[in-house]
Design a protein around this ligand. Structure first.
Ligand code: FAS
Ligand code: PHB
Length: 389
């Protein structure tokens, strides 16, 4: 087999990159480990920066997003019964789109099918070869047979546990990591959202987040200890704890129901530098992970795709290779700003086991500053809605 760009991973990063490159006449093959239904069963992100919305529109997958997605002009940060509204339009004149990652991925799969994309599912033993040469190739097994895919470039879009990042030699890689001492227990329920805007709740019992997917599909999270297991939490126990952490006036209106999905995600901040090595370019979770408190994970994957698709299109249009050479640096300057924002939101809003009275007091002053300063709320709004590419 032969193609221009071999894309490892059929999640949002891989599919969006393939879609943008194919629309520019650049050939791709996507190699995905899991079956399509498995990829589409994942419940993950829920908020799109407007830059992500615009790139998805450019990829030709904006229609259903605009029909079914919900533009949001603000969100709340709360502490006990205090509610602080972050007005995005007042703060920075921008908005976000609430539209689930599952739906983005579904739209991308359908658009890729319409373009006749080659997406090979259930591939195993993917290995990258000759990445430092001008003729890299990928080997893999599928349906019991060995395959070789010759290409000009490899995009590593295979997530945190993929094989692309480790294909960069350890002595070349510098990895930055911060692991948080808690996780998020998330529930999806066919119930009306407790509020029309997202609520990020700081509470001495722990953090909580009230989000949504549509007017009859709610997404809630509560901070839980690292050693908690999903089976430790009945739906009733979850709802009771969520009520305790939301402001009273909000908790009183909470409509509960059976969970249709319930899972615990660990929280970490992680960055791998460089994001490229020879003809290999890392994109999305393959290169970095953020705690979901800043709603940046999926949006950073889209951000990387913006830079890499721009660089590859320039390359195939007779470019001098400058954008390909600078891809990693271009992507990382934005990654680190989102990394800082996600860390700051996580640090401000969570109850850290054993945190000192000083740290707790600083958390409260951070929230006081947001409550009393339009400038502080503006900076948060700028970061939350997405800094320019
Ligand atoms: P993905 O991990 O989505 O996709 C990588 C793909 O590569 C997968 O389909 C995988 O099967 C495939 N793959 C892996 N190894 C392979 C191999 N060797 N060969 C071939 N294919 C391989 N972000 C938010 O903004 N908000 C959230 O609330 C949020 N919640 C999350 C909850 C969980 C449990 C997780 C894990 C992540 C969450 N994220 C959230 C982050 C998430 O949305 C990611 O940022 C987003 O999926 C990144 O997309 P990709 O980079 O495409 O990686
Ligand atoms: C979600 O709806 O899943 C969601 C929204 C905002 C976040 C994290 C998760 O910051």
């Amino acid at each position: 087999m032969q193609t221009d760009v071999a894309i490892i991973g059929g999640g949002p990063a891989g599919l969006l990159l393939s879609q943008l490159l194919m629309k520019a006449g650049i050939r791709t093959v996507v190699l995905e480990r899991k079956p399509r239904d498995y990829v589409l069963s994942r419940i993950r992100a829920g908020v799109l920066e407007w830059g992500s919305v615009e790139l998805l529109e450019e990829a030709g997958v904006g229609d259903r997003m605009h029909k079914e997605g919900q533009p949001h002009h603000g969100c709340y940060l709360t502490s006990d019964d205090r509610m602080i509204r972050i007005d995005f339009l007042e703060g920075c004149g921008k908005q976000v789109m609430v539209y689930g990652q599952t739906e983005v991925t579904r739209d991308l799969y359908e658009a890729q099918e319409a373009l006749g994309a080659t997406i090979l599912h259930e591939v195993d033993d993917v290995a990258l070869h000759d990445l430092q040469s001008e003729a890299p190739f990928v080997t893999f097994t599928r349906e019991g047979a060995q395959h070789r895919l010759d290409c000009a470039y490899v995009a590593g879009c295979d997530g945190f546990h993929g094989i692309s990042r480790p294909s960069i030699p350890a002595e070349v890689r510098q990895e930055f990591e911060k692991v948080y001492p808690f996780g998020w227990l998330g529930i999806l329920s066919r119930t009306p959202p407790v509020h029309e805007e997202l609520i990020y709740a700081n509470h001495t019992r722990g953090f909580a987040l009230a989000s949504m997917r549509n007017p009859m599909l709610s997404r809630y999270y509560i901070q839980v200890p690292l050693n908690d297991r999903v089976e430790d939490w009945s739906d009733d126990a979850f709802w009771e704890e969520l009520r305790r952490r939301l402001p009273t006036e909000v908790a009183e209106t909470l409509v509960t129901g059976p969970s249709i999905e319930k899972s615990i995600a660990p929280l970490r901040s992680f960055v791998c530098e460089p994001m490229q090595w020879g003809r290999l370019f890392l994109c999305g979770d393959a290169a970095h992970i953020v705690p979901p408190t800043g709603a940046k994970g999926l949006n950073l994957a889209v951000s990387d795709v913006f830079y890499l698709s721009r660089a590859l299109k320039a390359q195939y249009n007779g470019g001098d290779g400058t954008l390909l050479t600078s891809y990693g640096a271009d992507a990382l300057q934005r990654v680190w700003k989102a990394m800082r924002f996600s860390w700051s939101m996580t640090t401000m809003l969570h109850d850290f086991p054993g945190q000192s009275a000083f740290d707790r007091r600083v958390q409260r002053v951070e929230l006081d500053t947001l409550a009393n300063s339009a400038a502080a709320r503006g900076i948060l709004a700028e970061n939350y809605t997405g800094l320019p590419y």
